[in-house]
Ligand binder design. Structure first.
Ligand code: SF4
Length: 103
């Protein structure tokens, strides 16, 4: 029987070395409502589960939050919920957004 070495990856640690230039004047992702708590629980729950940067959150009181700062521009939330609660998704402008340090 072959055994494989255990490999532990700390995603938070890897993500923290990226650099971000946040465009405060033009959010590249927008949701259907500024009142995030009013958004559909099931659809928002999808975003909580799929975003690799954990930018969609529900706290212990059930309040939802989202902040596009720190976005990895993977497009997963667009695939999951464009047309339901993601109303805008576009690449950040030139010189804005994520700069990967490791690939
Ligand atoms: S594009 Fe990717 S990293 Fe950015 S908010 Fe959507 S799922 Fe999260």
């Amino acid at each position: 029987m072959t055994s494989f070495p255990e490999i532990i990856v700390n995603v938070d640690e890897l993500i923290s070395v990226n650099r971000y230039e946040v465009d405060e004047d033009n959010a590249h992702i927008e949701l259907n409502s500024q009142d995030i708590d009013s958004l559909d629980d099931v659809e928002f729950g999808k975003l909580v589960r799929v975003c690799p940067a954990a930018l969609y959150k529900v706290d212990s009181d059930g309040h939802k939050s989202f902040d596009y700062a720190g976005c990895l521009e993977c497009g997963t939330c667009r695939i999951a919920c464009e047309g339901t609660i993601v109303s805008k998704w576009e690449q950040p402008g030139p010189t804005m957004g994520v700069q990967y340090r490791f690939g």
